[in-house]
Design a binder for this molecule. Structure first.
Ligand SMILES: O=P(O)(O)OC[C@H]1O[C@H](OP(=O)(O)OP(=O)(O)O)[C@H](O)[C@@H]1O
Ligand code: HPA
Length: 177
């Protein structure tokens, strides 16, 4: 069923069950890759809150979690600026870090964050993202774990918002054309 958020209409895109299946597969892969280690997951708020919760429920080894909060999107577009409202507040030195993102669009947010993260001298860094828009990417990022590659369309739901609305939707929706 199509939905309305503010002044826009959105149509169903990826169903909850498909999202959960992909996240379980990523969690299984991460559990294998980090067996015997204690990764530090860093979740990029706000959008990644749901991805983070579901992924960690299926991760089987020891792990820690920390949150940062960056913002670059306004309405349907990247503002071109990345603002930090919650920075790194844990010791990162020599840790195996896995960054959790809901979406890589232009890649600007993650590029800015990676630069900051590297100053803290992590032992290793990998990136897990639920969604990536390869056509839109403007920064040289190669995520290690990807849920879905999608075209350059505006998505809401499952943590992603349009001007604050839509984060609570269990499925993903795409802007009507
Ligand atoms: O690759 P980019 O073009 O930088 O876009 C991706 C970023 O945009 C969204 O965050 P947003 O700025 O909307 O903040 P939010 O997580 O609070 O929704 C999303 O959660 C990513 O962090
Ligand atoms: O497609 C998107 N939807 C919601 N938020 C976003 N932030 C970057 N891209 C998107």
């Amino acid at each position: 069923m199509n939905i309305s958020l503010h002044d826009k209409r959105f149509e169903p895109y990826i169903k909850e069950v498909a999202i959960q299946n992909r996240i379980s597969a990523i969690a299984e892969q991460l559990s294998d890759d980090y067996r015997g280690k204690r990764p530090l997951f860093i979740s990029m708020l706000n959008g990644a809150f749901w991805f983070t919760a579901d992924l960690l429920k299926s991760f089987t080894g020891d792990c820690e979690i920390s949150f940062v909060k960056y913002r670059s999107y306004q309405g349907l577009q990247s503002s071109g600026e990345v603002m930090q409202s919650l920075g790194i507040d844990v010791d990162i030195k020599d840790r195996d870090v896995v960054i959790l993102e809901d979406i890589i669009d232009t890649g600007r947010t993650l590029s800015v964050f990676l630069e900051i993260l590297m100053q803290h001298q992590p032992g290793s860094v990998k990136i897990a993202t639920l969604l990536i828009k390869p056509e839109t990417l403007q920064f040289p990022l190669v995520p290690d774990y990807v849920g879905f590659e999608i075209p350059n369309d505006f998505i809401v739901g499952y943590g992603l918002d349009y001007d604050g609305l839509g984060r609570n939707l269990r499925n993903l929706y795409v802007l009507e054309k």
